[in-house]
Write a protein that binds this ligand. Structure first.
Ligand code: C2E
Ligand code: CA
Ligand code: CA
Length: 633
């Protein structure tokens, strides 16, 4: 439709002439319009395909560094990666490049068959200034042209590079094309009847420009600018269309990268963006041509797969997991990032696009909870579990507000003397119906629901208040979640406040942190740790040995203690190497001025072995279970 200023402009231009012509040409014009509309419907796929292919080759010439090498005998590796990124961004699903002499130099993997025998002749004709050629491949079903093969020259900054055979999947842009053809047709008819053929012809050329601008905007509106994948809104539209086709086999795979946030904070936004682009490129290389790839959120991607066959989907999901696990070259280093996938099948797991995405998301959460780097299918029980978790979140908030959480304390024993030197505070949630909810469950829930800061503050205050009533030589250890370091400076303030309010001497408070905290946002975290130490409190590294760091990596951080994860204690008896590792961790920690606590001591044999290996303190059921404060010795 025309906007009011356009209409005015058009009226000024053509009214006089139109009135004069109107009567004479009405019959002829009606005939022309009928022919024209027919022509639009016929010609649009070719135009669309050529436009998309031309855009692609222009991008190739401009955006790919050393693009010229793609037309030579050995493409520069630097050119191949962005090339993969270009693929699929506009519905281009395959291509073959030809050197100026007509020799095929590079083809995408999924291009069927070899270069045609007349390739050299076609390339010569194109480079001599011939028009781009388009061939439509119509499939048998009710859709219009589904694929197009476009031949056109490719130019670089300093002249022609060669030619390209570009295969375009018109399915993706079919809806836009149909819509604009209909709109153009109706507006043309209205324009004709109102003011005449001359105006129509003027307007047609104007509308054509407007349409191509609109299609360009449509493209931008439908794709994620960073990765070229579809965005969420257009993915849902495509999914809706796919699920409405009768008997369609459709499935949604939702995936996200494991620990992307830590990664982003660690290497910076630029590397994070580069990673996302590489992930999108790998995904596009993995899916079949009928499948669509979308980016739904920060590190969340989705694939619309053209099948509901569980075996095939499991195969695809496994291939994606394997491929995304391969190292990425980022910020000058080689990095590894895993991915988890959730799958929902149309017709089995709920109809409607929104439901499918929601269910695939639930399955994704399950895959992550089951240990990441895996895929899971949606199953209706997940739905119940989600409801349960939501309820639990609300109940946790109430428990925190109603002061019904509790702290238990587990003794820490000096290995040499057997003396109790302090206690670790462990949060407990006595639930009216479920009994004690395990802290690993509700701490994770608090982290997800944003309650963790409040919960952590409560723990700090309660632990300090309790310990202030103990004999002076006893310490108290409090666990901190990485989420408590997210707001710069907040944790330092909270700790200082808890100390001041309870009157506990800072030297009697030890804060336990985990390795994952040190991986993320190193600088601000380092600052916070130094500030905490400046208050006079001590810092312990909890669960040491379960993460990625080695002691050699930890020397930069102001740590007073390492707590060996209970896995070491557990495996001590079965594997002689474990004793060697424990011994060397202890001597290295001592060399760095840190003390060592061994966790999970359950047997007398373990206690003796750990003491022999030089551990300073011990903790475990053998020496005392976590107890409410009124039951402490
Ligand atoms: P953690 O910090 O490693 O705490 C030690 C856990 O090991 C406790 O589990 C304790 O009951 C258990 N444990 C102690 N001795 C033994 C033993 O000999 N054998 C075995 N198998 N286990 C032993 P709990 O209380 O279930 O806490 C689990 C985790 O929840 C804690 O692991 C900690 O990461 C987290 N957590 C607990 N309270 C808090 C808290 O207030 N804040 C934060 N951020 N995390 C907490
Ligand atoms: Ca701990
Ligand atoms: Ca621990």
């Amino acid at each position: 439709m025309l906007s009011p200023p356009q209409r005015e402009h058009f009226a000024r231009l053509s009214l006089g002439r139109a009135v004069a012509l109107w009567t004479a040409v009405l019959a002829l014009a009606t005939l022309l319009v009928a022919l024209r509309l027919h022509g639009i419907a016929e010609r649009h796929p070719e135009e669309d395909a050529t436009r998309v292919a031309r855009g692609w080759t222009q991008q190739l010439g401009r955006a790919v560094p050393r693009a010229d090498s793609l037309f030579g005998p050995a493409p520069a590796p630097r050119a191949l990666l962005p090339l993969a990124g270009l693929r699929g961004a506009t519905g281009v699903y395959a291509f073959r490049l030809y050197a100026v002499d007509g020799r095929a130099t590079l083809a995408s993997q999924d291009l069927p068959g070899a270069a045609p025998a007349d390739a050299a002749a076609r390339v010569r004709r194109l480079l001599a200034g011939g028009a781009a050629s388009v061939q439509l491949h119509r499939s048998g079903d009710d859709r219009a042209a589904v694929r197009a093969e476009v031949w056109l020259p490719v130019g670089g900054e300093s002249g022609p590079l060669g030619a390209a055979e570009v295969h375009v999947d018109l399915d993706e842009i079919a809806a836009v094309t149909t819509r604009s053809a209909m709109a153009a047709g109706f507006t043309a008819l209205a324009g004709l009847l109102g003011v005449g053929l001359a105006g129509l012809l003027l307007w047609r050329s104007h509308a054509r420009g407007e349409r191509s601008a609109r299609e360009h905007m449509d493209y931008l509106a439908q794709h994620d600018p960073l990765t070229g994948a579809l965005n969420r809104a257009s993915f849902v539209v495509a999914l809706q269309r796919a699920t409405q086709r009768p008997g369609a086999g459709v499935a949604v795979l939702c995936l996200d990268l494991d620990r992307f946030r830590e990664f982003n904070e660690w290497l910076g936004r630029g590397a994070g963006d580069a990673l996302l682009r590489q992930v999108a490129a790998r995904l596009r290389a993995m899916v079949r041509s009928g499948d669509l790839v979308a980016r739904l959120g920060s590190d969340e991607f989705a694939v619309l797969a053209d099948t509901a066959d569980a075996e095939a989907l499991a195969g695809l999901a496994q291939r994606i997991v394997d491929s995304l696990k391969q190292p990425y070259a980022l910020a000058g280093r080689s990095c590894e990032v895993g991915a988890s996938i959730g799958i929902a099948l149309h017709g089995v797991d709920g109809d409607g696009a929104d439901k499918l995405v929601q269910h695939a998301d639930l399955a994704l959460a399950r895959a992550k909870a089951d240990g990441r780097g895996a895929f899971r299918f949606y199953d209706a029980r997940l739905d119940d579990e989600l409801q349960r978790r939501r309820r639990l979140g609300v109940e946790l908030r109430d428990a925190l507000a109603g002061n019904s959480l509790a702290l238990h304390f587990q003794p820490l024993q000096e290995a040499a003397s057997g003396r109790i030197v302090g206690y670790e505070a462990l949060a407990r949630w006595p639930h009216p119906e479920r009994g004690f909810v395990p802290p690993t469950t509700f701490i994770a829930l608090a982290e997800q629901t944003g309650l963790i800061e409040e919960l952590g503050t409560w723990v700090l205050h309660a632990a300090c208040a309790e310990a202030a009533g103990w004999p002076d030589e006893l310490t108290v250890a409090v666990n901190l979640s990485p989420a408590q370091f997210r707001r710069d400076g907040a944790i330092v303030e909270t700790v200082a406040h808890a100390l001041a309010r309870s009157g506990l001497a800072p030297a009697r408070l030890e804060l336990e942190i985990t390795e994952s905290l040190l991986m993320a946002r190193t600088e601000p975290v380092l600052q916070a740790l130094h500030a905490l130490r400046a208050l006079g409190v001590r810092i312990a590294m909890d669960d040491f040995g379960t993460g990625y760091s080695s002691l050699a990596h930890l020397w930069r951080f102001p740590l007073d203690r390492v707590k060996l994860d209970r896995e070491f204690t557990h495996n001590l008896a079965g594997d002689a190497k474990v004793g060697v590792i424990v011994g060397s961790v202890v001597s290295m920690a001592h060399a760095l001025g840190m003390r060592v606590t061994a966790e999970g001591v359950e047997t007398e044999a373990q206690r003796q072995a750990l003491a022999t290996h030089g551990c300073d303190e011990l903790q475990g059921f053998l020496l005392g279970r976590p107890q409410p404060p009124d039951r402490l010795a």
